[in-house]
Structures are given as C-alpha cells and as structure tokens.
Design a protein around this ligand. Structure first.
Ligand code: FES
Length: 146
C-alpha cells in the first residue's frame, strides 16, 4: 500500500523535534481524524535555515512532515510557498488515495508557520492566506462537529 520512500520516512523520520526560539510555528489539525501536526521554522534573510516537526498522527502524516521539512530547508520563503502537498506526495513516490488528505496537513502546517512568521515580523507573504484552524482548541471544536 505504501511506497518504499513513505516507509523509510515513517520508520526513520528526519527533522523530528522542535526548534527553540523558532521564528515561525504552525499547528494544524485534521478535523476528520483528529491528527495534529506542528512545524517549527528558523528563518534568516528570507531563507528557511532549519525546519522541524512534531506530528501526532498516522504514518502518512509523519512521512509527509518529514519529507516536507527536508524539501523546504535552504529554500526562500517564496520557493517554500510553492511546495504543495502534491509535490510532497510525489517526492514520496505517491500516497494511497485515501491518505492524500494526510499530506494536506503538512502543507497547511507549513503555511501556518509562515503565517506566524509574517505576523510576528509585520510582513506580507504573497499568496499566503490565514490558516483556517491554527489553534488546538479549534481542532477539538472542529472534530466535534464531524
Ligand atoms: Fe490523520 Fe493521516 S489519518 S493525518
């Protein structure tokens, strides 16, 4: 069901953990399954120097967050904005269709962290919209609605 790359990323995920004094932090939840993902970014001169994550979720969510953090390291904010959930899934040699929504969590967490960075610094990132639900309380509420 899962590609070799998904299994590798799941068994031996890179970039797990948190960044102390991160420049941007984003937390998102998947209201359907209740899984939660948190991404930490260290940004310097518009470049993502470091990225780490914590994911309380399924294997696909862990694999996609590990892959996403690897993909965005060293990229400018503008380049990172172009890393879609589809690009992450492709880099993992695909995900089973029922697991595609898990990869959305990674993209949303990245956007939420960038939003947090922009807010803290009073800047606007082109094409970035406020995260739909970037507080854990919201996830709980959303989960109840389902
Ligand atoms: Fe929840 Fe995959 S089942 S993120």
């Amino acid at each position: 069901m899962y590609s070799q790359k998904v299994m590798e990323c799941f068994m031996n995920p890179q970039n797990v953990g948190e960044i102390e004094n991160a420049d941007g932090v984003g937390t998102v939840g998947n209201p359907k399954c209740g899984d939660i993902m948190k991404i930490y970014l260290q940004i310097e001169d518009n470049i993502i120097r470091d990225a780490k994550f914590k994911t309380f979720g399924c294997g696909a969510a862990i694999a996609t967050s590990a892959m996403l953090t690897q993909m965005i390291k060293g990229k400018s904010i503008e380049e990172a904005m172009k890393v879609t959930n589809k690009a992450v899934a492709d880099a993992l040699d695909g995900l089973p269709p029922v697991k595609m929504h898990c990869s959305c969590l990674a993209e949303e967490a990245l956007k939420a962290a960038l939003w947090n960075y922009a807010e803290r610094n009073g800047i606007t990132i082109e094409g970035l919209t406020p995260p739909a639900n970037h507080h854990e309380e919201d996830h709980a509420a959303a989960a109840e609605e389902n």
